[in-house]
Write a protein that binds this ligand. Sequence first.
Ligand code: 13P
Length: 251
Amino acid sequence: MKRREIFAGNWKMYKTRETAKSLVKSLLQGAALTENREVVVFPPSPYAAEIASLCGGSVISVGMQNMYFQKEGAFTGEVAPAMVRDCGCKYILIGHSERRHVFGETDAEVNKKVKAAFEHSLVPMICVGELLEEREKAKTETVLEAQVKEAFNGIDAGRAGTAVVAYEPVWAIGTGKVATPEIAEEAHRYIRSVLEVLYGKPAADDIPILYGGSVKADNIAGLYAMENIDGVLVGGASLEADSFLKIINTR
Ligand code: 13P
């Protein structure tokens, strides 16, 4: 059996309160239960509490797409880690490509958020991934190693083993250009080798590594067949119940 699997949908800045609720209700009806697979949705922050209460006691967990690392204070517009918990969220997405590249989030900030997540009993889903020009210059491994090492800086093996990593090559996000299963597997294997150097084999083996970037119902099978791909983080195809249900019910 594969290690723990996570099939996640990142709704980004889409949906209204009503369409968010109706999407999650359809997912609750259609998601088939499997022993070691968890389904996670990341709604926009204003809807997280309501979506989490609809999902209470179900197979679907809820996460927030971003938070600040400080406990509280004069930080207008930001969301504190305890507020994420208070909304009923289990997961927190950290370092998504759009946070890094649209909002200028740095590796150092990612690391502070990872630490804050653990301090508030949230499971960090840490996103890493190279730009197209970095891949073309054969810098993929250097970039992934730096992002992983920085994100986990100061985190012990016990905590690291409960985290989740998502490999999202920036060139594959929202472009329709999905990584081939072989390219994704190579990156996942490399990320796991970096985690193994940091934490040893047992902890590195426990950490689910999800693939994200143009995942659709018709390309998931090849990705899911790969040894080191433990699930997916889906953007566009998670916004409609039919397509996301096909993905989360992949066997
Ligand atoms: P797409 O599935 O739309 O390419 O988005 C991927 C993503 O960014 C998920 O976090």
